[in-house]
Design a protein around this ligand. Structure first.
Ligand SMILES: NC(=O)c1ccc[n+]([C@@H]2O[C@H](COP(=O)([O-])OP(=O)(O)OC[C@H]3O[C@@H](n4cnc5c(N)ncnc54)[C@H](O)[C@@H]3O)[C@@H](O)[C@H]2O)c1
Length: 348
């Protein structure tokens, strides 16, 4: 299996770093990379997503909901850098559970920000999303474009960015905003019916079950392997040339449709693919692609893992851990004729 834990980013001095969502996919890999560089790493998670066994040994872990601001103030004492990764990053579901997703995106960010400022944290690195762009007339998306998010998740992420800029300006805390797009790799929750398309397909096909595809499957995406994302994120914590910047993180090569993704996975698994097609999900962006030019220029960003290698490493991970039945723990607030039947009728 490819090791996603190595980072070429060098950090000049040892810091105390706090990662929200440290039991999640991105947060746990980030923790690994920072521990490897000798930093003290603290983190919290309320386990609404992620897996407890993702948390690397060496992390000082707080079983804490970010919304609990008073507890966050205590947990973040003496911290130099905050990576705010916690979120229910469910873009499709956000149209049907706007309260839950907004609270766990925007609500928690105001709490974490406030606690960071009180603790005189030096730098706040925020994981935004390509969802900030919505649908734009030109591709690929570049950082100076005016965000036009088109679902509650994207709107909440952009609202977080505005709040971060505002409060950091007033209180003198450095910030950097990362805008990743679809990231794949081991430790991603593969039993979540609402997000992580590649991991869901792998979990299903390993159970001998056909994947469900929304619409015609010709939606185009670009996937990054986790290690290619961790390296620039680590650098965002310390490099001086990125303060106050929004930076896309992810490749602008190897575009793939959802149909092709399913076929790639089926080929790796020698699986006889006959996808089940269901109606489009409301507000799903058809073509999402962002430019990596700024990340290349400021952070020396480059991709080193092919999509095929990345998919194989998820297959190895799910095989090692075992396939799982899907976890419908997140509540659908609005059940209507627009709610995908795959969710309403729990078809995964
Ligand atoms: N994975 C991607 O493809 C992708 C793409 C773009 C942006 N992002 C952003 O990157 C960040 C990490 O994403 P991920 O894929 O690792 O998600 P993830 O679900 O694996 O990790 C998020 C973690 O946050 C925790 N969490 C959620 N709400 C919390 C709360 N109120 N208090 C404490 N912990 C809480 C969850 O339990 C989970 O472990 C998110 O902010 C997401 O929006 C991810």
């Amino acid at each position: 299996m490819i090791s996603p834990f190595t980072s070429s980013a060098s950090v000049p001095a040892k810091k105390t770093v706090f990662i929200t969502g440290v039991a999640g996919f991105l947060g746990s890999h980030l923790a690994d990379a920072l521990l490897k560089q000798g930093h003290r790493v603290l983190g919290c998670d309320n386990l609404i997503g992620g897996y407890m066994d993702n948390v690397p040994a060496g992390v000082e872990f707080f079983d804490l909901d970010c919304l609990d601001r008073s507890a966050m103030v205590v947990a973040m004492r003496g911290v130099d850098i905050v990576y705010h990764c916690a979120c229910t990053a469910h873009e499709g579901l956000s149209v049907f559970s706007p309260h839950l997703i907004t609270q766990n995106t925007f609500g928690i960010t105001t709490s974490v920000l406030s606690a960071a400022i009180v603790n005189k944290v030096q730098r706040f690195v925020f994981c935004s999303s390509i969802a900030r762009y919505g649908t734009q007339p030109v591709f690929p998306f570049t950082e100076e474009m005016t965000p036009q998010p088109q679902d509650p998740y994207g709107i909440a992420k952009y609202a977080c960015e505005l709040m971060i800029k505002e409060l950091c300006g007033v209180h003198g805390m450095e910030y950097v905003i990362a805008a990743p797009h679809n990231i794949i790799g081991p430790r991603q929750k593969y039993d979540d019916p609402y997000r992580n398309v590649a991991s869901i397909m792998i979990n299903l096909m390993l159970q001998g079950r056909q994947p469900i595809i929304y619409g015609d499957g010709e939606q185009k995406r670009c996937f990054s392997f986790i290690s290619d994302v961790i390296d620039p994120l680590v650098k965002m914590g310390t490099q001086s040339n990125v303060v106050g910047e929004v930076i896309n993180v992810g490749p602008d090569e190897e575009f793939i449709t959802v149909n092709q993704l399913a076929q790639e996975i089926a080929t790796l698994l020698k699986f006889d693919l006959k996808p089940i097609y269901m109606p489009d999900r409301p507000r799903e962006v058809r073509f999402a692609s962002s430019s990596a030019d700024k990340a290349r220029r400021l952070l020396g960003y480059r991709t080193s893992t092919s999509l095929q290698e990345g998919l194989q490493s998820i297959i190895d991970y799910v095989k090692t851990r075992g396939t799982k039945s899907f976890d419908y723990g997140l509540k659908i607030e609005i059940v209507s004729d627009k709610t995908p039947r795959a969710w309403k009728d729990r078809l995964f």
